[in-house]
Design a protein around this ligand. Sequence first.
Ligand SMILES: C[S@@+](CC[C@H](N)C(=O)[O-])C[C@H]1O[C@@H](n2cnc3c(N)ncnc32)[C@H](O)[C@@H]1O
Ligand code: SF4
Length: 367
Amino acid sequence: MLLNKIPLSLYVHLPWCETQCPYCDFSITTDPVNGNDARLAEAILKDINQSKDLIAGRKFKTIYFGGGTPSLASTKSIKHILDSIKDKFLYKEAEVTLEMNPNDVSGDRIDELLMAGINRISLGIQSYSNKELQALGRNHDRESGIKATRALEGINSTIDLIYGIEKQTPKSFTTNLEKIIQSNINHLSLYQLTIEPNTIFYKKELELPSEEEIEKIELIAKNLLEKNGYKQYEVSSWSKPGYESRHNMNYWQFGDFLGVGPGSHSKISNEERIIRFRKIKPLEGYIQNQRSTDLKNIANNDLDIDLAMNLLRIKNGLQQQDVATTLPASFLKKYQRGVDEGLLLKDRIGATQKGYQFLNETIQLFF
Ligand SMILES: C[S@@+](CC[C@H](N)C(=O)[O-])C[C@H]1O[C@@H](n2cnc3c(N)ncnc32)[C@H](O)[C@@H]1O
Ligand code: SF4
């Protein structure tokens, strides 16, 4: 494994949220920003500079500011991070994405962010129906979602939608999707609502759409999006040709990523081993000391599973030379069994139509 050949991305976690959504289990704080964005930016820069051994002379091919709600941080603090790393650590043509919540979007704010070096916006719409937004406990309404979507016209951007929401019907979902298609947004992430332990939704009786309705919704998405020039390239990701997320593709191709900010995750390879670890979660603790925790060596069986869980998400697979790491013999042996069973592709690394339809079962081949 040649380290300088493994592409490296940067994930920057900005944890602020106005309110805690009852379905969300991300590492967030609802404490007001109150100037702490500048302090966190300094801690993040310190963290990057202390990670030189992990970066090992490479430059970041993509950066993703995720959250939390990164758009609650000031443009000044985001610009400060980008300005401080761009010469030394960043490819000129890097994809630089920032997640925004609808209430923070305006034409002026977008202009400011583009000037600061952001070149892709990810907007958390979730739904355009007031009923569904209320069911999700969101702090924005249909009107502010529509306004924010309009502000993104002509900007390289992506929208997050959730389906399988309480009170959602195939008809109301179709209306959501049509809004995005009309707006000419070139990328979409479509997530089925998952009920995560340690969330308010986990403890609540919810009247979620039936399995049958979910299947209907998924079929509507497929038909409507394909008819309008979007292609599914990953389990939850749809894009017009050439607008696939380069940052996420690096995760799924098993590239490296350095996570900075409280609670962020990293995966780094070197000549001897592949490791995953995360930064401590408390904001103040991280600002004081950018400590890593939960370090795991990924080897043998764990590596086979990790590879399968990432690579097989890519629809229609990829050429073996596009996998960021050398595939171990044990992985290839299990892979061949999948080929024999008609679940995995013969000429590429990826799942067949049948294997993709039952992806969780297909991944079991690697356990
Ligand atoms: C980390 S969130 C940050 C985005 C932004 N703060 C927002 O809420 O719009 C990224 C995306 O994950 C999705 N998400 C979060 N929790 C989810 C859940 N329990 N089920 C399905 N999707 C979820 C949402 O679509 C959200 O936009
Ligand atoms: S879904 Fe977004 S806004 Fe809501 S709590 Fe999670 S990160 Fe914050």
